[in-house]
Design a protein around this ligand. Structure first.
Ligand code: MD6
Ligand code: FE
Length: 208
């Protein structure tokens, strides 16, 4: 399907990964989870657990806990081991959809059971907001809500399906967004249902 601009800088590529590529990426995600087990982050200050479980690959990974807050770090918060390397397929997706951007340093992998959500947020733990974030989705479809750069602005929702890519850049890079709900039974990729979302990020300033 042809790409659609949801807002300036935010491009949705429905079906960017075909069935084979989705299956291959799922296998890579499974291998990453074996090396870097899913953990459940908690909100800074309140300690409220996320409903989503997470892991990462690449030189850096995004973590959150009560004391340290949101941050990137080179090791898994529970095992203390470096994150597994980023698979070639993800680097290829980055090269294709974020051409000219400096290499990604982190791929955050979110696991949603069918009752999980992600509240409206901005991604602002990275140094350079000129570099886009690239999102890839696997498994059940989900209602993705996006607004503007102000929390109270108006929002629109799209249904992200397995294989969809979303480039979050330009004026949309700091737009609020979240997952309202996962639509159980919309994909057969994951035997037990649920959804996986991968977001590739440049964390440090671009090399000179
Ligand atoms: C999700 N995505 O699709 C959550 N962040 O599960 C995100 O939070 C996100 O899709 C930054 C850029 C693109 C995204
Ligand atoms: Fe986000």
């Amino acid at each position: 399907m042809k790409p659609l601009m949801l807002q300036e800088g935010c491009i949705w590529h429905p079906g960017w990964l075909d069935g084979r590529a989705q299956q291959d990426l799922l296998e890579e995600v499974r291998a990453i989870v074996r090396a870097a087990p899913l953990f459940r982050p908690v909100m800074p200050k309140t300690g409220t657990p996320f409903s989503v479980m997470m892991t990462n690959c690449g030189p850096l990974g995004w973590v959150s806990d009560q004391v340290g807050g949101y941050r990137y770090q080179p090791v898994h918060p529970e095992t203390g081991q470096p994150w597994p390397p980023m698979p070639q397929s993800l680097l290829q997706a980055w090269a294709a959809l974020a051409p000219g951007a400096p290499p990604p340093e982190a791929c955050l992998i979110n696991f949603y059971r069918t009752d999980a959500r992600m509240s409206l947020h901005q991604d602002r733990d990275e140094a350079d907001f000129n570099v886009p974030v690239l999102s890839l989705s696997l498994g059940d479809s989900a209602i993705f809500r996006m607004g503007g750069v102000e929390r109270r602005g108006k929002t629109r929702s799209v249904k992200l399906a397995s294989g969809d890519a979303l480039v979050f850049g330009g004026a949309a890079r700091l737009a609020f967004h979240g997952i309202d709900r996962v639509l159980a039974g919309t994909s057969s990729l994951l035997k037990e249902g649920g959804r996986i979302n991968l977001t590739l990020r440049r964390v440090s300033p671009a090399p000179a």
